[in-house]
Design a protein. Sequence first.
Length: 352
Amino acid sequence: MIFRQLFEQNSCTYSYLLADEATGAAVLIDPAFETARRDQALLHELELKLQYTLETHAHADHVTSAWLLSKRIGSRIAVSAHAGVQGADRLLKEGDEIRIGRHRLVVLETPGHTNGCVTYVFDGGRMAFTGDALLIRGAGRTDFQSGDPRILYRSVHKKIFQLPPDCLLYPGHDYSGRTVTTVREERHFNPRLGGALSEDDFVGYMNNLKLPHPKQIDVAVPANLRCGAPQKEGDVPVDPDWAPLVYTYAGIWEVEPAWLEEHRKDVIVLDVRTPEEFEGPLGHIPEALRLPLDRLAEDAGSLARERPIVTVCRAGGRSAQATVLLQKAGFERVANLAGGMIRWRGLGYPTA
């Protein structure tokens, strides 16, 4: 199995990628709109086929990327039948299964934070993904979106706490850097739900939290009830169209050598190696402009902006950093040459 815990820093949201290594079948739990490009790059690099995006509930603090990923790579959208969501491909109920190659997720309905909260249990209880129903040493708030502390208490105690004691529990958020817990830990140490705390204790605790509403609630909830689909087409982010670029998991736009060889006259080829390397054994791309990386931030203003810039170095590392520096300097059409001069020469393209 392939498993990745992914993080969106603005809302402290966790997303979870699970895939069957043998078949490449994958699902993504609680994907965030802001990280859709990153998540798509990871799927591409690991050669995975995203079958489903799965929501634990209709979120109030971030917008899902479910619709965006469905349009870009053809994944299907699954969400609770009780969430009130329009546009999903599959509405989930208690006991439903989602197959991931040889593996499976089973749906537990765990309402209380919202009406449509579900927990996904992996392979009989090895792991479970609780969304906002159960957090690490905490629980999701119950003061909006039809939340109910009594229902949430029962969901946790009668469903999640009945999983195997060593079942790993992965939450939808954490604001203190914690990543995972277990059923046993939360039964004993959760200050809201664990130990001998009663349902009335929990209700009293939750009714007196007095938390401010999430900052994005007015935007996030309506969008998530549409699976993240925009109200206007222009609200969808558009990828650069000046070249067939690939966005890497490291957050860098890259262009392939074959495209650059055919379009050298249409771009500025910016070599960021030292003068010795530029004239050294690997040579350089004909008509490339040389500007060493250690001078780039200071001298970027001397570069023309009429044409896109493709950065080049020995193997692609320094030139990847050069794209970051150029973007900070206001250059929008920038990409890194994948593999640098080593790959360029290895493919037999001309050098000077």
